[in-house]
Write a protein that binds this ligand. Structure first.
Ligand code: RIB
Length: 305
């Protein structure tokens, strides 16, 4: 039986404007369409895994507003365990105004709200349930102390951890994330963490190898339309892209990680799990929205997954 996946991370309400172009400073322009939906990197990864059939535990904080209740109902509609979703009094839920251009590329602002209140003590409270998980997913939309605490917790209890260092955080302490099993940055995040240029897949390989030399076990670099790169102590392997026409790339990285987690805890080998994840993320960018664009297991099978 596949192991359970835990996500210790964020949830947001995505306010997505589909724009013809971004307005200049001081300018007002009209955009053709708007959508609101559940998002946040942690929640997205949880939902992607759950839609594929994974057993998922979510550890997060919502605000005491209408968005908070809706987010909890959304998790539950996908069968996600919400026993460790806390509500913070007097605080808004996290929100993310997002702008998607005709190319499918996006720009995102995040207001963390209640996510900023997910603390190490919340991880300790969820400890018994986390110990029953095979893999814990983390991102950087919650306090860094909570991320470090969870990585150390995973290490102590022999639970694999995956850190997606997004959004890029200049104050991330490499010494305190060394214990992570999988580090999954994109090119920008990898450049920031290593201080090395990451303009080409070769650069990405070199920068990722520098992290392996500094004690990280496995680095998986997401390269957008160029696929992904797996770098371990004795491995460097490219995961080829799955060519599609992009409509909305929002949340594609989260789709990749949620799908990877699902296939990984099912016992697939790393390359198979990563190739399936790349296919799942590619399908998501052909559809508008964030979690809404994630396929169910049936839809994904129809896409060749
Ligand atoms: O990765 C995409 C996500 O980033 C969006 O859902 C938004 O909420 C921000 O967290």
């Amino acid at each position: 039986m596949a192991g359970k996946i835990a996500v210790v991370g964020s949830n947001m309400v995505d306010l997505i404007s589909y724009v013809i172009r971004m307005p200049d400073r001081g300018e007002t322009i009209e955009a053709p369409a708007f959508e609101m939906g559940c998002g946040g990197k942690g929640a997205n990864q949880a939902v992607a895994a759950a839609k594929l059939g994974a057993d998922v535990l979510m550890v997060t904080k919502v605000g005491d507003d209408l968005f908070g209740d809706n987010t909890i109902r959304n998790f539950q509609s996908f069968g996600i365990d919400t026993r460790h979703v806390g509500k913070v009094a007097g605080t808004s839920s996290g929100v993310a105004p997002i702008f998607v251009e005709p190319s499918g590329e996006n720009s995102i602002l995040i207001i963390k709200g209640a996510n900023g209140h997910l603390l190490p003590a919340d991880i300790d409270r969820a400890a018994d349930d986390l110990k029953a998980c095979a893999l814990i997913l983390l991102q950087l939309e919650v306090p860094l102390e909570t991320v470090y605490h969870t990585i150390a917790f995973g290490r102590r209890h022999g639970i694999a951890t995956l850190l997606n260092p997004a959004p890029a955080a200049p104050d991330l302490d490499l010494d305190r994330i060394r214990g992570v099993t999988y580090l999954v940055p994109n090119e920008t995040e990898l450049a920031l963490i290593t201080g090395m240029p990451v303009d080409t897949p070769d650069d990405a390989g070199q920068a990722a190898r520098s992290l392996i030399a500094r004690g990280i076990e496995t680095v998986i670099v997401t390269l957008g339309a160029r696929g992904a790169l797996l770098v371990g102590r004795d491995t460097v392997a490219a995961i080829p892209p799955v060519p599609v026409v992009p409509k909305d790339t929002t949340g594609a990285g989260d789709a990749f990680i949620g799908a990877f987690a699902h296939f990984h805890v099912q016992g697939r080998d790393l390359m198979t799990a990563l190739s399936q994840a790349a296919r799942y993320a590619a399908l998501s960018i052909t559809r508008p929205g964030t979690q809404k664009s994630y396929a169910s297991a049936g839809d994904f099978a129809a896409f060749g997954g």
